[in-house]
Design a protein around this ligand. Structure first.
Ligand code: ISJ
Length: 301
């Protein structure tokens, strides 16, 4: 097995919690910048409505335009051997994707075998709640422009026809959010191995609340939301040709970015952490479980 293929950011100890948190922090930048890109286009709700395009129905495809984008794109990426690593999950059901052209890479098994996949929830909240919120400025500007050209009523709003550009950016945002949420598994494995005895009783007698309390770090979340707001304010600035900030309207709804994390990404990440823990003992012998239950924690994290 060649480590050359493994994610360098996790080289060394892939369960080092500080390193994993560093990856989550870096993904904040990707998500904010992609949301800034998406905010340039109107809501374009037809992108997310199943059955909205006769052309797709004529192809026998019943999903939304975005789901079609995902299926076609993820299908090509799957041939290029994507979705064989433990940190990337397609939105298209894996059984609908082609086999890799290249033989799969044998990644080191860092995570315990699991089928935890939050992508259906991510796709749903993104289309229903995030896109309308972050495209609001562009949607209102479009309506004003359409009214000035005599287009009034429902035709004024929401659709600038840029389905391709908006859909490609949507896929980038979705992939980044999916990676971020599913990194919760690495976080969970790290916390579990650090103090298995604390977790085992609440896995053997499933207790989601107790497991959630064990993995929740309020101070980490507080600092994250504080950092996120500052990042979004800086990244959303417009700059004059000489590089001076213009100080005019932000390119993104900063509150919307913070609420995306507070109301969706963080809660979903913690659900993934708990779902992962609930299957963490599956298939282990009684002796293995007893050893874990009796194992004392290493130095405090
Ligand atoms: C990801 C972690 O686990 C939980 C989830 C967090 C998040 O989604 O940002 C932050 C802290 C914890 O409540 C962590 O401990 O870093």
């Amino acid at each position: 097995m060649s480590f050359a293929h493994f994610n360098f950011t996790l080289a060394g100890n892939p369960l080092d919690l500080d390193k994993i948190r560093g990856i989550l922090t870096r993904l904040e930048d990707t998500i904010i910048f992609q949301l800034i890109e998406r905010a340039q286009f109107a809501h374009n709700p037809r992108l997310y409505q199943r059955g909205a395009f006769q052309e797709l129905k004529d192809l026998g495809f019943e999903g939304s335009m975005l789901e079609w984008f995902l299926k076609e794109t993820e299908g090509f990426h799957a041939k290029a051997r994507r979705y064989t690593s433990p940190d990337e999950y397609p939105f298209t059901p894996i059984e609908q994707l082609p086999q890799p052209l290249l033989k799969p890479i044998q990644y080191p098994q860092v995570l315990y075998p699991n089928k935890v996949n939050a992508n259906p929830s991510i796709l749903s909240f993104y289309a229903r709640s995030i896109v309308p919120r972050i495209t609001r400025q562009a949607t209102l500007a479009l309506a004003t422009l359409k009214r000035a050209n005599g287009i009034v009523g429902d035709e004024e709003y929401e659709d600038d026809g840029n389905y391709g550009s908006a859909g490609v950016i949507d896929m980038e945002v979705l992939q980044a959010i999916s990676k971020r949420v599913h990194y919760g598994k690495f976080v969970s494995e790290s916390k579990f191995l650090d103090d298995p005895a604390a977790f085992v009783p609440h896995i053997l007698k499933p207790n989601r609340d107790a497991l959630a309390a064990l993995i929740t770090k309020p101070e980490v979340e507080r600092r994250l939301l504080q950092r996120l707001r500052k990042k979004a304010l800086v990244y959303a600035q417009d700059f004059a040709p000489d590089g001076e900030p213009r100080g005019d309207e932000a390119k993104i709804d900063v509150d919307g970015v913070v609420e995306l994390y507070e109301n969706y990404i963080i809660p979903l990440t913690k659900e993934v952490e708990v779902d992962y823990l609930l299957v963490r003992l599956n298939g282990l012998s009684q002796q293995e479980i007893d050893d874990l239950a009796g194992k004392k924690p290493s130095a405090a994290v």
